[in-house]
Design a protein around this ligand. Structure first.
Ligand SMILES: Cc1cc2nc3c(=O)[nH]c(=O)nc-3n(C[C@H](O)[C@H](O)[C@H](O)COP(=O)(O)O)c2cc1C
Length: 217
């Protein structure tokens, strides 16, 4: 964006930033994987283990779902939306022409990573640092978002496309039940990934000068 490419001391820095720049939201995805499931598992596991959290509280919980297990997430979402249609909360026409095709496009992908936060596990530290008590929940979400970004970027580096979804609380109960997860795991986001079938859309950038300042250079 108009800036000169600096000379990084470590080539890996340039590579990292290139990956950050090329990460996009891909919505056209198919149920094929460019890599082994072990590679995917390793990316997700490393994100859980190494992404930082406030006071090292390690509040993120993550579930990796592949193939048929991944499809169940989107069957749950479709069923939940059908419930809203039946109850008159969502127009049937809107569901059939927009919502259902969108949910089926997620279902057509290869996998979903479910990102949760265990807010209950923060009880002792909230008591210990009462002054910051109200900060710990947002910190936990921020840490979770860091994992989401890392997994998103790493999966795309391996040839996947991915998009980030938020169907909580609509699907929470069935998700917890289906995979017998602890009740304290609160769902935050769902990262859908698969082999891209379409390029991402155009992306506009607000002027960087309005968003970033540097002093003392
Ligand atoms: C915190 C956050 C929440 C998002 N939630 C959704 C979502 O619920 N559904 C969706 O389709 N995209 C969602 N997105 C994707 C954004 O719309 C997308 O990242 C943004 O438009 C920039 O496009 P890009 O990802 O291609 O760079 C979310 C992104 C972020 C960072």
């Amino acid at each position: 964006m108009g800036s000169v490419q600096p000379e990084y001391k470590n080539q890996a820095t340039a590579t990292l930033l290139e990956l950050v720049k090329s990460r996009r939201s891909y919505y056209g995805l198919k149920a094929e994987s460019p890599v082994s499931d072990d590679v995917i598992e390793s990316i997700v596991r490393d994100s859980v283990l190494h992404v930082p959290s406030s006071f090292n509280t390690q509040t993120s919980r993550v579930v990796l779902l592949l193939k048929e297990e991944h499809q169940k997430v989107w069957d749950i979402a479709i069923q939940a939306m059908e419930g809203l249609v039946a109850a008159g909360h969502v127009p049937k026409e809107q569901f059939e022409t927009s919502t259902k095709p969108k949910l089926n496009s997620f279902r057509a992908a290869y996998g979903t990573v479910l990102f949760f936060v265990d807010f209950d596990s923060l009880a002792p530290i909230k008591e210990k640092f009462a002054l910051y008590a109200d900060k710990f929940n947002p910190f936990a979400l921020e840490s979770n978002a860091m994992s989401q970004f890392l997994v998103w970027t790493a999966l795309e580096s391996e040839g996947f496309g991915a998009n980030l979804q938020h169907y909580s609380p609509l699907i929470d109960e069935q998700i917890t039940k289906t995979w017998d997860l602890p009740a304290s795991w609160k769902l935050d986001a769902q990262l859908v990934f698969g082999t891209p079938t379409a390029e991402p859309g155009e992306k506009a950038f607000a002027p960087i000068e309005d968003r970033f300042k540097v002093f003392g250079k």
